[in-house]
Every structure is written in structure tokens, then in C-alpha cells.
Design a protein around this ligand. Structure first.
Ligand SMILES: Nc1ncnc2c1ncn2[C@@H]1O[C@H](COP(=O)(O)OP(=O)(O)O)[C@@H](O)[C@H]1O
Ligand SMILES: Cc1ncsc1CCOP(=O)(O)O
Ligand SMILES: [Mg+2]
Length: 278
């Protein structure tokens, strides 16, 4: 099994490369949290660009070093934009991150997410209910757990999504990050459990969506597993630090962005995590 020290060295490299090179990770994301996603990407050292139209999605997929696709608020145009963008990413073997927000909810969302099985996202990032629902939709092992999707917030525990996460990662050959109080990140053979964060992260909209955007930024500079773990670690570190300085969700969001910006590569790699073999 890969050593913890090796993982931490690769995390440091990813963070430093991003801070030095300001890589562009474009997004097609939801209208609720679009601004927060862009701000989080900028805070960690990336560059952001958001589009809606099919040809612009294809352009972004070619131009960006990685791409983020989040299905949070669908519009009719996405019926064209999402498959066309994902096809370019798949055909060019470019890293891309999928956030299957509210998987299992509505016909268009279900149909689009079903198509994504063949386009194999490099990282799938979602909460437990979304990960369980996506594995079910794709007919994978580990989907025997029933998702209790109600909307965009999870009603399942992270550990209940473990088998689904492993099955999804094995199918894509990439990584899966399941968020919650403790985050689970796997490439199908190793699982990392990343600690930290804040209860305030459940009280602001977009902590999960923006995490997906930041995974895409790190995916420009690291493997899917390292990118997902590095993003989860900086979120957990920044969340814990921000919580100590504020007394409510409004000021938390502002402080959280400051802490994302201030976190150093070594601090991020040293945020507590455990690893185990699957
Ligand atoms: N109760 C909690 N305690 C600490 N961190 C949390 C908690 N809930 C969520 N987080 C953190 O918030 C971020 C978003 O996770 P989550 O809320 O599960 O995503 P989503 O917004 O997609 O449902 C992750 O970094 C996760 O670690
Ligand atoms: C509230 C809401 N509704 C559709 S997308 C969205 C944002 C969800 O953001 P997150 O999953 O990061 O909390
Ligand atoms: Mg979410």
C-alpha cells in the first residue's frame, strides 16, 4: 500500500504547483453557488471560468487543464451542453470532476447522469446519498444500499456509501470523494478518511459544490485520488480554523475563504487523515 508520507509529499507538490501556475479549471455548475465555486477556486490559487452553452462547454473542455461539471440546477440547454462537454473530456482524456447533485431526483438529471457512466469522470464528488444513488443508477456493486435522496443535502452516513464509492472508483479508474463530518476518499484500492471541517459547513450552501470546483483545480496538477484528498484536506483545515473565529454561517463563509487562501502546502498535507486498504 502507498505510504502516508508518499501521499503527503504528493499533496504538497499539488498545492505548490497550483499556487505557482494558476491553472484554469472551467465549470458548468449550478446557479445557486456559482459565485462561491469561483471564489474558492481562486482562493486556492486556480483560475475560474463558468459557461452554460454547448459549444462553450466544448471549448472550455479543450482549453482548461481540468473541468468541473455540477448538475445542481438543470436547464433545457444542459441536455446538449453536459453530454457534449463530457464527450470531449473523455475523448481527450482530460481530467474532470462530476458532482452528481441530487442524483435520483427528476427525469432529466437521471438521464444525464446515466449517460455519464460511459464518460468516466476522473473524480466523482458528492455527499453520501448522491454517491449511493449514482452507483445504483449505474448498476454497480455496492449499490445495494438504498439512497434516501430528498434534495441536495445528504440523509445517509458517509460510511453507508463506502461500497458504492469503491465500486464507482473501480468503474471509472479514477477517484471518489464522499463528503460529510468525516470525508471518505478512494481510488478503489485505498481509502483515506479526512478529518476536520465545521458544522457551519452544513449551514452554508455551496460547501460541497465549491469543494468539487477545488478538486478540479488540484486535478490539473495531481492524480484524481491526490486531487480529491488534497481538496478535502484544505476544506477540513479551513473549516476548522474558520469555526474558531466566527459565531454564525454568514461570517463563517467569509472567514472560510480567507482560510482557504492562507493554508500552506505543508499545513494541508498535515491535516489529519487515516488510510486503509480496501
Ligand atoms: N458536520 C460536519 N462537520 C465537519 N465538516 C463537515 C460537516 N458536514 C459537512 N462538512 C464538510 O463540508 C464540505 C461539504 O460537504 P457536504 O456538506 O457533505 O456536501 P454537500 O454540500 O454536497 O452536501 C466537506 O468539506 C465536508 O467535509
Ligand atoms: C440548494 C441547491 N439547490 C440546487 S443546487 C443547490 C446548491 C447545493 O450546494 P451544496 O451541495 O454544495 O450544499
Ligand atoms: Mg452537494
Amino acid at each position: 500500500m502507498i505510504s502516508k508520507e508518499n501521499i503527503q509529499n504528493r499533496m504538497i507538490q499539488a498545492v505548490e504547483t497550483v499556487k505557482r501556475t494558476n491553472p484554469m479549471a472551467g465549470s458548468i455548475t449550478n446557479s445557486v453557488t456559482i459565485n462561491f465555486v469561483a471564489n474558492a477556486q481562486l482562493a486556492v490559487g486556480g483560475s475560474a471560468a463558468m459557461v452554460y452553452l454547448p459549444d462553450e462547454g466544448e471549448f472550455l473542455a479543450k482549453a482548461g487543464a481540468a473541468t468541473y461539471i455540477n448538475v445542481g440546477t438543470l436547464l433545457p440547454v444542459y441536455e446538449q451542453t453536459l453530454p457534449r462537454t463530457a464527450k470531449v473530456l473523455h475523448d481527450l482524456s482530460k481530467p474532470w470532476v462530476l458532482d452528481p447533485v441530487a442524483a435520483g431526483f427528476g427525469l432529466l438529471r437521471t438521464e444525464l447522469l446515466r449517460q455519464y457512466k460511459e464518460y468516466k469522470p476522473s473524480v466523482i464528488r458528492g455527499n453520501a446519498s448522491e454517491i449511493i444513488a449514482l452507483a445504483g443508477l449505474w448498476g454497480l456493486d455496492g449499490s445495494s444500499e438504498e439512497s434516501h435522496v430528498r434534495g441536495v443535502d445528504s440523509t445517509d452516513s458517509v460510511i453507508a456509501a463506502r461500497a458504492a464509492a469503491v465500486a464507482l472508483a473501480r468503474w471509472t479508474g479514477g477517484a471518489v470523494a464522499v463528503s460529510g463530518k468525516t470525508d471518505l476518499i478512494t481510488d478503489g484500492s485505498v481509502i483515506a478518511f479526512s478529518q476536520g471541517g465545521s458544522h457551519f459547513m452544513e449551514k452554508i450552501t455551496g460547501s460541497g459544490c465549491s469543494l468539487g470546483g477545488v478538486v478540479a483545480v488540484y486535478a490539473t496538477a495531481a492524480s484524481p485520488f491526490i486531487a480529491a484528498l488534497t481538496a478535502s484536506s484544505v476544506y477540513n483545515l479551513a473549516g476548522s480554523r474558520a469555526e474558531n473565529e466566527v459565531d454564525g454561517p454568514g461570517s463563517f463563509q467569509t472567514r472560510f475563504l480567507d482560510e482557504l487562501y492562507k493554508a500552506t502546502a505543508v499545513e494541508i498535507a498535515n491535516n489529519p487523515f487515516e488510510i486503509e486498504e480496501v
